[in-house]
Design a protein around this ligand. Structure first.
Ligand SMILES: *Cc1c(COP(=O)(O)O)cnc(C)c1O
Length: 446
């Protein structure tokens, strides 16, 4: 396995700019791309990446950029982690595809064992593997409908669940995800969420509002499931008020509604726990995973109580590439690395360093209305001075300033009101300090 560690570990973990951002080579590639790739596939930062390691991506012009997006929370254990690279390379040379529903293989079972171990301490949970977060959500809904025999799907305001037909219909934001692509899927009910900065409600009050809405507008007896993100991702890393999710869990249980945690963005060690639901003292019936699970390879899971998962008939679940052996081998390496390197503690270190720095900036710049999140899933929301009105222009100008300085940031929220931070769990304190100093300059300049 000597070739496993060639080149990728040689990228120093620091920012280094040698051209403007985007550089000339990126601009050239971007012109070529625009001729053959439609604008609907938008790139936030048209800087073309050549290679990456841990928290640094190197573009085709040789700029070393700090990656605080990780491909939207995918590179949780860092780019080109040596054990993930080695495991994927080894599996690549053994077998790359048989189709699990034709002739199975061990790595799929290993991933299902890891997910079962973390999804519940009490009960048996079983896993279906698919290719993307959207596909996990689709299958979660499908499995819940099969189990309950009911059609209705409840989701929360500010939610994001994907870009397939069903999931784009479940998103709170129609523009750009669903508008013009209709007809949308039916039987979806978008209920109020808990957004403490804006609604001022306790968890119990917010839950009472959500439940009242669903009872009136959907009818509890028609609902197959409630799909929720324990910490909303695209919605702006919204952490619900204490008691909100437990009250919804209890209501779902009392009404036979499958309680589905979409952990696609917040799950797999991102928040400082293996699953974000653990922060809230709840036990979901189904847990959906994707993004960070396989170190950048496409893999997603639906993990659920055996009673629910077992209801689907043989052949009812699956797909050609679902649980691909190379992606599964990478996922096993991700779980092993999280355990071996105590990465949950690293997420807590990152939270401590980053949130202290962000709170210091908040004291200096009143536009920062709130710093929130858990672990390596932190965001700060920007509002116009003295109001709770979102300041999307300021968000855009901070992100633009940082990009030009070699720090890759991403906005979030239905009004683009927040900047979200999705650092690798291996991001050094030195890099975090550097990011904070660039943010300080960005606010001073704005
Ligand atoms: C990204 C995301 C999805 C969709 O995953 P894809 O792999 O892009 O299909 C679903 N739910 C949440 C919470 C996400 O962040």
């Amino acid at each position: 396995m000597s070739e496993a560690t060639v080149s990728e570990s040689s990228i120093p973990q620091q920012r280094l700019l040698v051209t403007e951002i985007p550089g000339p080579r990126s601009q050239e590639l971007h012109a070529r791309r625009q001729a053959v790739v439609p604008p609907g596939v938008h790139s936030v930062l048209p800087v073309y990446i050549d290679r990456a390691h841990d928290s640094i991506v190197v573009d085709v012009d040789g700029n070393h950029i700090i990656d605080v997006c990780g491909g939207i929370g995918v590179m949780t254990i860092g780019h080109t982690d040596a054990s993930v690279v080695a495991a994927a390379r080894e599996q690549m040379g053994k077998v790359t595809h048989t189709l699990f529903t034709m002739t199975p293989y061990e790595p799929y079972v290993q991933v299902a064992e890891y997910l079962a171990k973390y999804a519940s301490q009490q009960e048996t949970y079983k896993t279906l593997l698919v290719n993307s977060g959207s596909e996990a959500v689709e299958n979660g809904v499908k499995i819940a409908r099969k189990f309950t025999g009911r059609p209705g799907v409840a989701v929360l305001e500010h939610a994001y669940h994907g870009r397939t037909l069903l999931t784009s219909s479940m998103n709170y934001k129609a523009v750009p995800y669903a508008a013009g692509y209709g007809p949308r899927a039916g039987n979806i009910y978008k209920a109020p969420n808990s957004y403490p900065l804006h609604d001022g409600l306790t968890g119990a009050e917010a839950a009472a509002r959500t439940i009242a809405y669903l009872e009136k507008c959907a009818g509890a007896e028609d609902l197959a499931c409630l799909v929720f993100e324990p910490i909303q991702g695209e919605g702006g890393f919204i952490v619900p008020a204490d008691g909100f999710l437990p009250a919804l869990a209890e209501w779902c249980r009392a009404n036979g509604i499958v309680f589905i945690a979409d952990e696609v963005q917040a799950g797999i060690a991102r928040s400082g726990k293996m699953f974000a639901f653990e922060h809230f003292g709840i036990q979901p019936d189904l847990v959906l995973t994707a993004k960070g699970i396989a170190g950048g390879l496409p893999l997603a899971g639906v993990t659920g109580r055996a009673e629910i998962m077992d209801k689907s008939q043989p052949g009812g679940l699956g797909g050609t590439f679902g649980g691909n052996p190379v992606a599964c081998a990478a996922a096993v390496a991700v779980f092993e690395t999280i355990e071996r390197d105590n990465l949950l503690l690293e997420a807590q270190r990152i939270e401590a360093t980053f949130s202290a720095g962000l709170k210091a900036l908040q004291a200096k710049y009143p536009a920062i209305a709130e710093v929130r999140g858990h672990g390596a899933m932190l965001a700060f929301e920007l509002t116009k001075p003295g109001t709770t009105e979102p300041d999307a222009d300021l968000v855009a100008s901070i992100i633009d300033f940082a990009a030009k300085q070699g720090v890759m940031l991403l906005s979030a929220g239905i009004y683009n009101q927040a900047i979200r931070l999705l650092p690798s769990l291996k991001m050094t304190d030195e890099l975090i300090a550097d990011i904070l100093s660039v943010l300080d300059e960005a606010f001073a300049a704005a």
